[in-house]
Write a protein that binds this ligand. Structure first.
Ligand SMILES: *Cc1c(COP(=O)(O)O)cnc(C)c1O
Length: 393
């Protein structure tokens, strides 16, 4: 199935809606039936037929079909957020006494889920430096049920060798889950590398327009049935039909956006890497990145996120650099049209994130802005940094 077929044709049942080219937003909580027999039948197939929108909704279902096809899985389930998707996918596999091995510094709320929420229910977790698969083996216990990967991972974009970790998991009957938000289904295909479940914050690249929060879990039909019957229906963190529709609309242009974002990012990274006031660039597709060779074997591109450490030991200088930028907005999230910075120094008052990140580190996301305009904006940032340094000295 070519990607354009998935995005333009798969699951589009146009005869069911007056040949409309854009699918309807089936904005209903409820579905009704012609007979008791029909109602009974649907109730007993609630994970595949529309009965109530906390279960199956046709607009949401169309989104699930497309994302499952993009990831090469049988099925998918959509959630109200990426975090809801992570929580449901993880919790569905675990009971008290179980153990999880997770890559160090995953997305902050994934870390909190494992280290705090699930710890309250008797699930323990070990966080490992995921750059060496041997660390997963070393952390493995007889009660380990899950390996949780996020490659590249948040803020510093370290990779895990997905093939090696998934093979290790398989050999011990452990499930491999991966948060693939950062790469998108177009730049990395974890199922083909051996992962069992793939999770996305659809808020990011899949939606792509910074107007909807959503999440998706992809896997086998049996696994989706299992999650549906437990966390999906009980916790009820489902995406609204309208937000599912927004993500569907975003998906139409996913290949164009990924291509543009990747190309622009390469240009911006090249500029920053050559800049004397940049100490370090964290971008897996940079040739000098220590995991560049691995990146090439499991990704076809690194997308629009990277981070940079400025060459200063002065926190106010870092802040003056950030404050001078106009085209890069100061904000969290990423994956939309707008370009962004998230300075690590903003994390320092927060208890929920490891403060192991240097304060000079700034996470960048390059959106759909002209790269030349972004580089001109960065020039302003460096001018402010230099002025600050001159005043300070
Ligand atoms: C944003 C993000 C999430 C959480 O997704 P939400 O849609 O914000 O709940 C999870 N993982 C990664 C890598 C993210 O960037």
């Amino acid at each position: 199935m070519d990607i354009s077929y998935i995005l333009n044709e798969l699951g589009e049942d146009r005869t069911a809606y007056q040949q409309a080219v854009a699918p309807p937003i089936v904005q209903t909580s409820n579905f009704c039936f012609d007979s008791v027999a029909a109602m009974r039948h649907t109730l007993h197939h609630e994970s595949s037929l529309p009965f109530y929108t906390r279960g199956v909704n046709p607009t949401v279902e169309l989104l699930c079909q497309k994302v499952a096809a993009l990831e090469g899985t049988e099925a998918a389930l959509a959630f109200a957020s990426g975090s809801a998707a992570v929580a449901a996918a993880v919790m569905a596999q675990l009971r008290a006494g179980d153990h999880v091995v997770c890559v160090a510094k995953p997305y902050s709320w994934t870390a909190k889920l494992l280290s705090q929420l699930l710890a309250r229910f008797g699930v323990s977790s070990t966080f490992v430096d995921g750059r060496d698969p041997a660390h997963f083996e070393a952390a493995r216990q007889p009660t380990t049920r899950l390996f949780f990967l996020e490659s590249p991972n948040s803020f510093t974009f370290e990779l895990q060798d997905i093939r090696a970790v998934a093979a290790l998991a398989r050999a011990h009957g452990i499930l491999t889950l991966i948060d693939n938000s950062c790469a998108s289904p177009l730049l990395q295909q974890p199922i083909a590398l051996g992962a069992d479940l793939v999770i996305h914050s659809a808020t990011k690249y899949l939606g792509g327009h910074s107007d909807a929060v959503a999440g998706i879990v992809c896997g086998t039909r049996a696994m989706m049935e299992k999650i549906f019957a437990s966390e999906f229906m009980t916790l009820g963190g489902v995406v609204s039909p309208f937000n599912a529709w927004l993500v569907l609309r975003g998906l139409r242009t996913l290949p164009l956006r990924m291509e543009r974002v990747t190309r622009s990012t390469e240009q911006v990274v090249a500029y920053l890497k050559a800049h004397p006031l940049v100490r370090r660039v964290h971008y897996p597709f940079d040739e000098d990145h220590p995991q560049h060779a691995l990146a090439k074997t499991q990704m076809t591109g690194a997308g629009g996120q990277f981070s940079v450490e400025l060459d200063t030991d002065d926190l106010p200088a870092v802040e003056s650099f950030c404050n001078a930028l106009r085209r890069f907005l100061l904000a969290c999230s990423w994956g939309g049209h707008e370009s962004l910075i998230f300075p690590a120094c903003t994390l320092y008052n927060s208890a929920n994130y490891a403060t192991t990140l240097p304060f000079q580190l700034i996470r960048f996301y390059v959106g759909l802005d002209e790269p030349d305009a972004l580089i001109a904006d960065l020039e302003k940032g460096f001018a402010a940094l230099r002025t600050h340094a001159a005043v300070a000295s």
